[in-house]
Write a new protein. Sequence first.
Length: 95
Amino acid sequence: MWFEQLNGFTLFMLAFVVIGLPVILGGGGEMFRRWLTHKERMAQVLTEATAERAAQYAAQTERLEARVRVLERIATDRGADVAAQIEQLRDDRLN
């Protein structure tokens, strides 16, 4: 018969290709899917954290711009009591 002419290495390779390779590729495919899901989740978490930091920076910038507007108004308003307004800003900042 034809299989009587096959040596041990050839039989091993044939068994590996028929049995081992599909098992390895099946397990590897599942591992790849899990890795890909993990990477997608990590990207989502990073995006959410970045969006939150951007919102915090925007709020801080808005507060600083409001303070600058008040300081500009104080500096340009000649009839105002500058010292009282500066003290008021300090009180507001502490609260």
